[in-house]
Design a protein around this ligand. Structure first.
Ligand code: HSE
Length: 400
């Protein structure tokens, strides 16, 4: 028997128990042993819950039980998850997690501790919810030099943007729905302002590099400034708006960012709607490959955690190779990166806009008080200088 403890009986933690119990027979067959949820750690009690007898409040009970082989950390946040994870790994217990904050902050250290203690730190569920992406990068794509990753990496914001586009819904109402569906973070600012996607693209970029892309160095812009009028313009242009995490290697330096982009409705990523995420990986031999699925929610995320539990159970006492050390990756300055921009300014600034930006493609969506246009490709720095001289209402980067 292989004993598992689940830390945190919230949305994902309760999903983990549901997946292990619901698919028990086939999971046991695939592990070639019996998986048993021995403990559930939470501050609360759960009277009437079918697994209430497994609930404990003291982590030491789990840590000091030599029968526990695998721990699912589904608490989220850094404290106490970091200490709990580290102490489990030091005792040779594998940890499987959905905690992207912890992975982005301490990933290489925890991977190293796991290796030194003949166990594993696995985090498939930390990026893309239920979509397999960490394991493909670590196993199926190991013959590739990965040169770029582009992803819709946050289910909540994709859900909000989809509803704004298709139903003209109000931002606050859709956010409430996403919270009720268990997609949003406890503090939804992490979704809306792009911090969650930032951690996810930092994790993927680090695995791509084998070293550390520090999420604190990733330029991050969320969707809080996107309005209903932006979607009116996007519709006129046969485009839509999505929040992307992007990472690209350029002459040994990494350019990594999170930002909303306006993209053609014909772009494959434009069809990724609602809570779905998608990640496009460019390899130097394979070319592009795309991974698509539910990026948030109880059972999809729990399924990815349990997939890791199965892998950990098959590798008790053995290392699952993972290449991510703590050497920092050199980052490219944002100022030198080039984009085209969709720009909205007041109609009185029409002449100044043409003088400053020279070649522009004008967009008339019937909003009389405004003059809107798409620029040529230019550096961020050049755009910043010109747009601050002009004075603009807003701008959205264009994805070709
Ligand atoms: N809040 C996250 C999202 C959960 O919406 O994508 C999954 O990481």
């Amino acid at each position: 028997m292989i004993n598992v403890a689940v830390l945190g009986y919230g949305t994902v933690g309760s999903g983990v128990v549901e997946v292990i119990e619901g698919n028990k027979a086939l999971i046991n067959k695939r592990v070639d042993d019996e998986l048993n949820v021995k403990y559930i750690l939470d501050l609360r009690d759960f009277p009437g819950d079918p697994y209430e007898s497994k609930v404990v409040h003291d982590y030491n009970e789990i840590l000091n039980d030599p029968e526990v082989n695998i721990i699912c950390e589904t608490m989220g946040g850094l404290k106490p998850a970091y200490d709990f994870t580290k102490n489990a790994l030091l005792k040779g217990k594998s940890v499987c997690t959905s905690n992207k904050e912890l992975v982005a902050e301490h990933g290489p250290e925890l991977i190293k501790i796991a290796k030194e203690n003949n166990c594993n730190y696995l985090f498939e569920a930390s990026v893309g919810g239920g979509i397999p992406i960490i394991r493909p990068i670590n196993s199926a794509l190991t013959a590739e030099k990965i040169e770029g990753i582009t992803g819709i990496l946050n289910g909540t914001t994709n859900y909000i943007l989809t509803k704004m586009e298709k139903e003209g819904s109000k931002f606050e109402d859709v956010l409430k729905e996403a919270q009720e569906l268990g997609y949003a973070e406890r503090n939804p600012e992490a979704d809306i302002e792009g911090y969650d996607a930032c951690r996810k693209i930092a994790i993927l970029s680090s695995l791509m590099a084998g070293h550390t892309v520090d999420y604190k160095n990733v330029y991050t812009e969320g969707i809080s400034k996107i309005t209903a009028d932006d979607f009116i313009y996007a519709k006129k242009l046969n485009r839509t708006i999505k929040l992307f995490g992007i990472s690209r290697e350029d002459n040994g330096k990494y350019f990594t960012m999170v930002s909303p982009f306006m993209l053609s409705k014909d772009h494959p990523m434009a069809m990724v709607n609602d809570v779905f995420n998608a990640i496009y990986v460019e390899g130097n031999m394979l070319g592009g490959s795309m991974y698509y699925g539910r990026g948030a929610g109880k059972l999809p995320t729990a399924s990815a955690v349990v997939g890791d539990v199965v892998d950990a159970a098959r590798h008790l006492g053995k290392e699952i190779k993972m290449f991510w050390d703590d050497e920092p990756v050199a980052m490219k300055e944002m100022d030198s990166v080039e984009f085209k921009y969709f720009v909205r300014t007041e109609s009185s600034k029409h002449e100044d806009a043409l003088r400053l930006f020279e070649t522009v493609s004008v967009v008339d969506a019937g909003i009389d008080s405004e003059f809107a246009f798409i620029t040529d490709k230019m550096t961020e720095k050049d755009f910043e200088n010109k747009s601050s001289e002009l004075g603009i209402i807003s701008r959205i980067r264009i994805m070709d």
